[in-house]
Design a protein around this ligand. Structure first.
Ligand code: ATP
Length: 226
């Protein structure tokens, strides 16, 4: 099961539940753990296997069989101590891919220090994303790491009715136009010969600063995702 590894999800708040349900839909076998019996009862209908347990100790996790899992996610937020202890226990058990949710930068740094392989900041990242959309400059904004972003936006005036090759977008803004969507159509890959129209949407990729400069160019229309 190279791609459809078994996943252990610890903590079934909104983030953990959404993650467990999506992983299940994607074909993974999910074992979910929560220490709150009412949460376990509530999730039992939606998830195949939900166990009530305190996931902060190696012994409990071993009993559940956590050491057989290829991937685990610690989705405990408010109880930082529990989040750190559960992550540490998974590291101790040798789980090869541990993801952990952090609610503050400090929390994230500790999780990383303890041995989490990937730390995510859902609230912070969503705040950044929504701010960019609210500013009216982008329709969507996805940070790929701290220095690169994917932006979905309308076409700035200086690019309208031009072939991408003739816009000089690479040279001027150091960004790449990946896809273009005509009104009512679907996204298709952009080529150097693609001509950008006023009502098109584009997805561009590039360094954060440069992509933000592109998004700030005059002519972008305010548009919300339909
Ligand atoms: P979200 O924002 O995803 O809704 P949150 O960040 O507010 O969640 P919490 O509600 O604190 O996080 O925790 C998520 C879940 O983790 C809760 O359902 C809680 O019962 C569970 N949880 C907390 N501590 C433990 C623990 N030691 N073992 C297992 N589950 C735990």
């Amino acid at each position: 099961m190279a791609n459809k590894e078994q996943v252990l999800v610890i903590g079934l708040g909104r983030f953990g539940q959404a993650l467990a349900q999506t992983m299940t839909r994607l074909g993974h076998e999910v074992l979910a753990i929560d220490s709150d019996p009412s949460v376990v009862r509530k999730c039992a209908g939606d998830l195949a296997t939900v166990v009530e347990a305190d996931a902060t100790t190696v012994e409990v996790l071993r009993q559940i069989g956590a050491d057989d899992f290829g991937m685990a996610v610690v989705a405990i937020g408010n109880d930082i101590q529990a989040s750190i202890m559960a992550t540490y226990a998974l590291v101790d058990l040798g789980v090869p891919m541990i993801w952990a949710k952090a609610i503050t930068t400090q929390h994230g740094a500790i999780l990383q220090r303890v041995g989490a392989h990937n730390v995510v900041f859902p609230e912070r990242d969503m705040g950044v994303r929504v701010a960019h959309t609210m500013s009216g400059r982008t329709i969507d904004y996805v940070e790929l790491d701290t220095e690169f972003v994917l932006i979905e936006a309308t076409v700035p005036t200086e690019f309208v009715n031009k072939r991408i090759a003739d816009t000089g977008v690479r040279q001027k803004y150091d960004i790449t136009v990946l896809c273009v969507k005509r009104p009512g159509g679907r996204f298709t890959y952009a080529t150097q010969d693609t001509v950008l129209n006023e009502k098109d949407l584009v997805v561009v990729f590039g360094p954060t600063r440069k992509a933000e400069e592109f998004a700030a160019l005059p002519g972008h229309r305010t548009l919300l995702r339909d």
